[in-house]
Design a protein around this ligand. Sequence first.
Ligand code: ZN
Length: 244
Amino acid sequence: MLRRAAALTALLLLAACGREQPRTVVLDPRTGHAAVQPPAPVPAPAPAIVAPPTAAPPIAEAPAAPSAPPPADAPAVPPEPAQAQSSAEGAALLAARRPMLPVEGVPPSALRDNYQQGRGARKHEAIDIMAARGTRVFAVDDGKLVKLFHSVPGGITAYQFDPQGRLAYYYAHLDRYADGLKEGMALRRGDLIGYVGSTGNAAAEAPHLHFAVFLLGPEKQWWKGEPVNPFQALRSGDAAQAAR
Ligand SMILES: [Zn+2]
């Protein structure tokens, strides 16, 4: 019995996000290809300036610039595939925000640091918080809800910025959104965002919240930034306030 449970758990954990090539997938800004169905409003979701008027970073931006709005179908894309290290600057900012635990009833001690795990050819660059389907998911911080997005890997997802617009918080595999959730709305820490699920490429038997944080660049594009490992901040933050 025990053995079977343990085996099942291991299997589920392996399956969880196992096929998730999450945010990186296909995001070629030139082709705009991504196997995604954007939500209703298609046009430019650009939360800010898209084409840097200055001679900014010629790197990622160049091809996207011409007239094309940022790919509406872009899931959050960490910059360099090879980049496995969490952004130190982002980590410091995040720690200062004292984020609360986003999943109801999950104590800090239950968190697992699976940020560095492999997911296919990539690093996970997020943490998975296992919980029963339908468990409430809360905003970890104050700040604007910048994007509600359906992606193939992430399923039903939400992107929130911190109050200064330096960090983005990404909540994925939601079962559904909270009633009344709207892009652009101001969130308070602890506000209900949605419910744990397995949408996207999460294993149906292993519902969980895939939670990622990234440090935004100057353009503040919701789909793009340097990944930050949220494990320590969640573990030591205001976890006590988690469920309310
Ligand atoms: Zn995940």
